[in-house]
Ligand binder design. Sequence first.
Ligand SMILES: Nc1ncnc2c1ncn2[C@@H]1O[C@H](COP(=O)(O)OP(=O)(O)OP(=O)(O)O)[C@@H](O)[C@H]1O
Ligand SMILES: [Mg+2]
Length: 161
Amino acid sequence: MTNNSLQNPDITISSLSEEETRTKGKILSKNIQIGDLIFLIGELGAGKTRFVQGLSKGINSPQIARSPTFVLITEYIGDIILYHCDLYRISIPEEVINLELEELLDKGALVVEWPEKGGEYMPDPDLIISTEINQDNSRKLLFFSYSERGKTLLKHMKKNI
Ligand SMILES: Nc1ncnc2c1ncn2[C@@H]1O[C@H](COP(=O)(O)OP(=O)(O)OP(=O)(O)O)[C@@H](O)[C@H]1O
Ligand SMILES: [Mg+2]
């Protein structure tokens, strides 16, 4: 996953508020399935966790997403299981091996913040979503599909935004 591959987004959306970013996550969640792997990239405070809050709300989980501090993975149980992994705090990519992310994908969907930290040990994503902070503090959300499943997710997303 290099920055070079993040050139032509399938969808670009602007978001003027954290609530709007949550809403976009909620829209995406409506078609999310077991086995879906989504990477969220973007600088600190760009809005990755706000997007995950929309995902967890959208699957009807009673738990509000926040950045996991002491654990690397949080589980949200709703219509399906959504795993939320934040790799910001890992010090070496090898730490990802013990998380057994592939096993999680047998049971639920998985969204990962800071996937870059896992380097070559990360499974291949279906979607990469890049969040950028604009000059005026609004956000730009860029969606890139990396599999047939990713394309399907974005097809639904396009219809509903
Ligand atoms: N349009 C917007 N969308 C999302 N967040 C926004 C927006 N405008 C302002 N914000 C603010 O930006 C911050 C985003 O925080 P959030 O925890 O979602 O970022 P993050 O990308 O997960 O950061 P980290 O890398 O530290 O985990 C919040 O304080 C939120 O209120
Ligand atoms: Mg976060």
